[in-house]
Design a protein around this ligand. Structure first.
Ligand code: GTP
Length: 595
């Protein structure tokens, strides 16, 4: 155990975590050159395309320092706010963290929030300034910022270029010399914390764990503490780029177990693995359950695939414990699930992963935050869906979630940032100048105002020089109304939304305009209306068009006609028939596209 180091890399988004991780893997020869490809830890295609890390990854490296061999377990973590849950799980399995700060950007909002997470878990922090090869690097200035933030000595800060490899060797040395080896007793009863799991179609469910105490061996009879289920450890091993089987994994180390688990509900991230014969006394304090803060309906495009969608969501949940889902039905869309997400990016990624990994084409409905409805009978109901709102006469008052937001920006953009937040019903709580031209603002903002486009707006008004982080901080009373959308007089429940009274008229008008753009012209006029209760507040019309695809067949060849119709059917992918109107998927998310 003396020779094990468990560490993670924390940073603001794009400061270079993944690039630094690649360099560490290369320097330790964990990857052959053939295996090496840019950002190798971002193994999901989606991650590579978007250039962001979504999932945490674990990988083991070997490194010799002063003639002694060491095993370094790196847990890579994502940077986007939506995924801070993954970060906290990674941190619970480590003794140290590299805090990476971009030399051209300086400390940003998530640098600070991730640092606090790491400090809460008593991790040793190794500050690393990255991108020193760039002309715009401000190494000395950023050093001062880091000294101010964590109170370290300037000499303790490493300066590297993850791109060229300059200084990266010193990072490996610092990991060995500064981070404590893991504590724990390899001879005590087994306690291993499951920090992630994945579904593999050949091997069943694979769980990743860190052993806190004891030793797990191939063939052992093990028990999962919370579920009480017992298994035989068919295979245990360590994680390199691939899984490498080992006879045993001992206290302090990170590994995987395959034990023929077929049902995803049996593996819970945060559960403890122990031995059947010599169990540990209690489970390791796991992770806090994350609370999803954005809810939307997910419906199969093909209504027959409801059961397949359930199975796919169950498998996805193995790899992403933060998704929640429960069945719901919609008059417009049939049977589907109400899903809870961490944020909008998370929702997009879930939809995309369902499509790529499970071949599931789904329609997502207008997302909303959870609301607390206090009824006239004194009950409190958590509402995840506009249709779940009780009748107006039953409602005493409604509360909406609020966040404590932290924004760091250059002072020249201060006015614009404050205006944006106030437009979004924000209240300024605090304002601190970090340096003469960098300001930290603390705001209280309704969560519903920031989930859609806040971050993009913030970036554009500050030309990228504003960073943003938040935590959910209770609820406050809000005057909300339910806004309905009618297509040719028929209410479409999947398009309803809950919205603040002051924004309702404007929102209804823009929603109708947007839907007009998104709903293709059909063979009759389509009236699009927005209504609050029985009151229509906005209206648009999609004019009719006559388009008969079979016209050019001159009524002749029937097979040809059928082919054309088939072709047209394909073109209708992600379309839904609402009454007589065909509605494309984008329309259900019109609300996200309004500016
Ligand atoms: P997320 O995974 O999305 O949180 O981002 P990340 O922090 O892992 O950042 P990533 O490693 O993807 O790097 C972001 C960008 O900075 C990429 O375009 C890298 O090529 C670039 N980059 C990283 N390190 C360096 C460096 O030392 N020098 C220069 N010039 N560019 C770098």
């Amino acid at each position: 155990m003396e020779n094990i180091r468990n560490f993670c890399i924390i940073a603001h988004i794009d400061h270079g975590k993944s690039t630094l991780a690649d360099r560490l893997l290369q320097l330790t020869n964990t990857l052959t050159d053939r295996e090496f490809q840019e950002q190798v830890l971002d193994s999901m295609d989606l991650e590579r395309e978007k250039g962001i890390t979504i999932k945490s990854h674990a990988i083991q490296m070997e490194y010799t320092y002063q003639g002694k061999p060491y095993k370094l377990n790196l847990i890579d973590t994502p940077g986007h706010v939506d995924f801070s849950y993954e970060v906290s799980r990674a941190i619970a399995s480590c003794e140290g963290a590299l805090l990476v700060v971009d030399a051209t950007q300086g400390i940003q909002a998530q640098t600070i929030s991730n640092l606090y997470l790491a400090l809460n878990h008593d991790l040793e922090i190794i500050p690393v300034i990255n991108k020193i090869d760039m002309d715009a690097a401000m190494v000395d200035e950023v050093k001062d910022q880091i000294v101010d933030l964590i109170g370290c000595k300037p000499e303790e800060i490493l300066a590297v270029s993850a791109k060229t490899g300059q200084g990266v060797e010193e990072v490996l040395d610092a990991i060995v010399t500064r981070i404590k080896p893991p504590a724990g007793d390899p001879n005590a009863p087994l306690q291993a914390l499951i920090f992630d799991s994945v579904f593999n179609s050949f091997r069943g469910i694979i769980a990743y764990f860190k052993v806190f105490n004891g030793t797990i061996r191939k063939g052992d009879k093990v028990k999962f503490f919370n579920t009480g289920m017992e298994y035989e450890a068919d295979e245990v091993g360590i994680l390199r780029l691939k899984m490498i089987p080992r006879d045993s994994i001992s206290a302090g180390d990170v590994g995987y177990i395959i034990s023929g688990i077929k049902d995803s509900s049996e593996v819970k991230v945060g559960d403890t693995i122990t031995h059947v014969n010599k169990p540990c006394e209690k489970a390791i304090a796991g992770f806090e359950d994350v609370k999803p803060m954005l809810f939307a309906g997910l419906y199969p495009v093909d209504a027959d695939e409801y059961e397949d969608l359930r199975a796919s969501l169950e498998k996805l949940k193995l790899n992403d414990a933060s998704i929640t889902f429960e069945p719901e039905s919609s008059l417009a869309l049939g049977f589907g699930f109400r899903c809870g997400f961490l944020g909008l990016l998370h929702m997009e990624i879930v939809q995309e992963r369902l499509y790529r990994e499970f071949n599931m084409d789904v329609i997502t409905t207008v997302p909303n935050v959870p609301y607390l409805v206090h009824t006239t009978k004194g009950e409190v109901i958590e509402v995840h869906n506009p249709s779940g709102l009780p009748a107006p006469t039953m409602i005493d008052y409604i509360e909406e979630p609020v966040i404590a937001a932290q924004i760091i920006t250059k002072s020249e953009y201060l006015g614009a940032v404050i205006k944006l937040c106030i437009d979004k019903r924000g209240v300024l709580k605090n304002q601190v100048f970090l340096t003469s031209d960098r300001v930290e603002l603390s705001f209280r903002l309704p969560l519903s105002e920031i989930v859609f486009d806040f971050y993009d707006k913030l970036k554009s008004i500050s030309r990228g020089y504003a960073s943003f982080d938040y935590v959910v901080d209770g609820y406050q009373e809000a005057r909300l109304v339910k806004l309905d959308i009618l297509l040719n007089g028929e209410g479409v429940d999947a398009l309803s939304s809950l919205i603040h009274n002051d924004n309702a008229y404007e929102f209804g008008r823009r929603m109708c305009e947007k839907l007009k753009e998104l709903i293709p012209r059909q063979q009759f006029d389509i009236a699009i209306q927005a209504a609050i209760g029985s009151k229509i507040i906005a209206r648009e019309t999609v004019k009719a068009v006559r388009k008969d695809v079979t016209a050019k067949c001159y009524g002749g060849d029937i097979t040809r006609k059928r082919k054309l119709l088939e072709k047209q059917k394909k073109g209708k992918k992600r379309m839904r028939q609402i009454g007589t109107v065909e509605v494309p998927q984008q329309a259900f998310l019109a609300v996200l596209k309004m500016d």
